[in-house]
Design a protein around this ligand. Sequence first.
Ligand code: SAM
Ligand code: SF4
Ligand code: SF4
Length: 342
Amino acid sequence: MDPVRDTYGRPLRSLRISVTDRCNLRCEYCMPQEDYVWLERSALLSFEEITELATIFASAGVEKLRLTGGEPLLRRNLDRLVLLLAQVPGIRDLALTTNGLQLAQHAAAFRQAGLQRVTVSLDTLRPERFTALTRRTGHQRVLEGIAAAQAADFASVKINAVIMRGFNHDELADLVEFGRAHRAEVRFIEYMDVGGATRWSSAQVFSAAEMLRILAERYGPITPLAPHDSAAPAERYRLPDGVTFGIISSTTRPFCGSCDRARITADGMFFRCLYAHDGTDLKRLLRAQVAPDEILATLRRLWADRADRGAEDRLALKSRAPLFRVEDLKANPHHEMHTRGG
Ligand code: SAM
Ligand code: SF4
Ligand code: SF4
């Protein structure tokens, strides 16, 4: 399928589908507030509506789908959605990002339904840090979720770890060792000033360059690897002993130039960039019975007009502060990372 290309020639190849804005954790870098304005439940797309949209996106060139949220496993019977999406013509990669809390109960069913890859977020190996970061308990359950994912034999299980200076930057090597022991590639993520990160400060960003320096001091020379996929957000590296890891350096070394990712929220808003201020309400079109071909034409037009390079624009700013104020996020929860899907 020849994908539609945007103003910079970037193809539309991958779609992140947020299935819920709710979450059972309150990570400091994502949901630091005490209370949130939630999407109306009646506004959430049904599994059939999500599948219909995914089919239209696939007709525009999308080959890769990732389920995310909020916490996607809070959506009941998610394996039914996996089964539907696995059958969408043109989709060759179906993945999930989860905080892992409920993964142990569902990993085998997801695999059976056709899920190919799983990424589990695990920022710390220390239970007390987990509780401080997420304001919830459950570290052990996340570890059990990772073990269950390994047992379910996915094509890959990866670990996402957001690294914050002064919180967990001393755990880089421990996380690499955890990945080695559990056959899961770790991807270190720079703390991003996305919507929702209302406590973000540049002082807390631990840069990719610093991560590489610390790991090289510990392990010796690190070799950059050619990417499996030139549009993948993570740069991959190999340690002298063969262990590989990735770094997602969205804050200090953004990779907008190769970005092929679109997003839809659980209520069907389409965003062309993680940092975009405005989206397009695809649910309205679906529920008004607009023909799929017309929705496809709208989608192609929107992508062809895409000029977003959000992370690069942020980097170019002289002084950086959180992207949105709390009042703005409450007025429009679509700006939240947990609504938009990471
Ligand atoms: N709840 C699921 C989870 O945590 O894996 C899926 C949704 S979460 C929004 C997706 C990813 O975004 C997670 O790996 C999370 O660590 C990352 N994330 C959230 N806020 C971030 C921030 N401010 N900077 C960098 N990564 C962030
Ligand atoms: Fe944490 Fe993911 Fe929930 Fe955000 S959506 S608070 S990153 S678990
Ligand atoms: Fe893509 Fe926007 Fe992220 Fe840049 S900031 S990589 S354009 S989603």
